[in-house]
Design a protein around this ligand. Sequence first.
Ligand code: BG6
Length: 478
Amino acid sequence: MRNDNLFPDDFLWGASTSAYQVEGAAEEDGKKLSQQDILNNNPGFADTHVTSDHYHRYKEDIALMKELGLKSYRFSIAWSRIFPEGAGIANDKGVQFYHNLIDELLKNGITPIPTLYHYDMPMALIEKYQGWINRQSVADFAYYAKFVIKEYGKKVRYWLTINEQSIIVQFWTKKCFIPEQYLHDEQIKYQINHHMNLAHAIACKLVHQWVPNGLVGAALGYSAIYPLTSKPEDNLAAQNANDLRNYYFTDIYLKGHYNQSALIYLQNHGLAPSIEAGDMDLIKEGYSDFLAINYYCSHAAAAVPKNVPRRMDGFNPTGVKGQIDGHEIQPDFYQIHKNPHLDTTDWDWTIDPIGLEYLLRDLHTRYQKPLMITENGFGADDYLESDKAIHDEYRISYIEQHLNAIKRAMNYGVEVLSYNPWSFIDVLSTSNGYKKRYGFVYVNRTDDEIKDLARYKKDSFYWYQNVIQTRGGSLTKP
Ligand code: BG6
């Protein structure tokens, strides 16, 4: 066992954002709306039109990234900024924006890690054929991906394909614009996922074809899942949950086939995707070079009593602990429970650094591929003091514990290339607007008031700066 406490010299210390949550300019310079400009428009919260105004302030933001010491920046490209109609003629100003962003990053010694798709399908394609529900989406995604990969491929080595297919399946009606008539047809979400698997495979092939030394993988929302008790039936339920929630995705990316138990479960329940001849060959050809993980929390699963209806994961709309509105149930397979051994954030997300260590070890054993962390972070209603300080010691504690967990996994031989916590700067939360912040940099706005959007460094900014400078040497070990 290697006991070196320091992270490797070439470790990519980074941070993350996504286009529609940080850029603003939702309808500027030729960009047209994406489905998230509609879906993430929640009453009582900010909408996507301004968010953190990164579109206009990217230079100021990259100067802050440089000051923080970032070696990588994971962001996403807005499909509807490049192709406002989803396909057809590219929007020059949108194309130029990402050239400017990438050039500015490179000038400052920061490795760009773009994601091709972060929930934001162009509305034009929803209007044309209902988006990902329709198989035509795969061809249009391929058209977009080819353009983008060829356009920026000389400057960008690491590519992420699709953000969080697992979460898209779990919260399909929030992450995809689903027409009324399909809202109760749960097979659709597995069909959408199958189309995304094809899109992912095509993007992997394109990176391998067009990017010299290019490396590509998906960014998967991933929770470690434990048995709620040591009862054998709960252990089996946890295995079922891992198969359906985790390996159903990772086996596709890294082995090129659907996880068998999960697929049989879906077939038995009339939920399996329809798969056309040639699809599985394409999925095999589009192999991933690494797997990127978005990790926030773990779950506990137990056996489910008979005749309990299916339901999706719970959600806490208020930020008052304990107000989560239930947990996922998969009839005859498993149900998710609150883990009595773990504390949570105010939004009822468990805090479990060991869960990250556990899943990194597990994924390494299963697939023997390099891993990357593309999200991990602590959402909180941060407070701006009168002297403009933000004392976010809870975030420091969370990230410190998770970095220690990553290092322990690395000391057992797991290859982790990069850590990109969510988020570099405060962004519009997918569920709770600006009431739930994640950034190292505070943005002076609220949901109700756009204010001056000034940037202020939180305590976590200075803390992370020191961690990066010392290659992890300043981390307090448990
Ligand atoms: C991930 C998403 O699921 O979680 C991000 O990729 C998101 O887009 C993040 O912002 C945190 O979730 P939320 O709902 O707190 O914004």
